[in-house]
Write a new protein. Structure first.
Length: 216
């Protein structure tokens, strides 16, 4: 059985969402991020990314990590793309061009959007003047890549092949980080409509309910 190491309040959410879409059974080991704990190295600390047992599995000390048929794999998008290839269409690639496009949009999300989107997620609620400036700059940098996604979705509806795939999951889970920034997101009605549809899917709702049930 597939094992997912990582709490749902992490990038493991992408993998869990995909598993629910495909119908893959999995076991989840709730490894929490060390930075969320007051003393991750304490004797009574929960299993976390500093725990020796986890570091033996993942020397980089980051979640998520999956184990599947002897394969140990880290990096959340590597995990989702692997599972999508393994199980194929409709959520994975049906041919080599579709595979290439799913990689393209996943990498675009990770490199062009995620860093600044995470800045908004972590700092938008801050009242510090410096943080407000950082968020303003992050929002401005996001306009160009989000315009690319907006144009694509307005013409095609989905990221790849005119159907919902792993590329939509990877992109949606990245853009979600900036979703609360209304002054930015209102510029992109096609993204907003697509994101709303993605997050209305039963598989997303199942993942999200489990995520909300975890301690913050």
């Amino acid at each position: 059985m597939l094992t997912i190491h990582g709490v749902s309040r992490s990038r493991a959410s992408r993998i869990i969402w995909l598993c629910h879409e495909i119908g893959i059974e999995f076991r989840q080991v709730p490894v929490i991020q060390a930075y969320r704990l007051p003393d991750p190295d304490a004797a009574d600390a929960p299993l976390n990314t500093h725990s020796p047992a986890f570091l033996r599995l993942s020397p980089g000390g980051a979640v998520p990590v999956i184990q599947d048929d002897g394969l140990v794999l880290s990096e959340s998008m590597a995990c989702t793309l692997y599972l999508a290839r393994k199980y194929g269409a409709p959520f994975g690639p049906g041919d080599t061009p579709e595979d290439a496009l799913m990689m393209q949009w996943s990498f675009y999300a990770a490199t062009a959007i995620e860093p600044d989107a995470l800045t908004l997620l972590f700092l938008s609620a801050s009242s510090k003047p410096d943080d407000r400036v950082i968020c303003t700059n992050a929002s401005e940098r996001l306009i160009r890549p989000l315009m690319v996604v907006e144009d694509h979705l307005s013409r095609h509806g989905y990221m790849v092949a005119g159907r919902f795939t792993v590329a939509d999951i990877n992109m949606a889970e990245v853009i979600r980080y900036a979703q609360g920034r209304a002054d930015l997101m209102t510029r992109f009605p096609a993204i907003q409509a697509w994101l709303s549809d993605c997050q209305a899917r039963p598989a997303f709702r199942k993942m999200w309910e489990a995520r909300l049930a975890e301690p913050e």
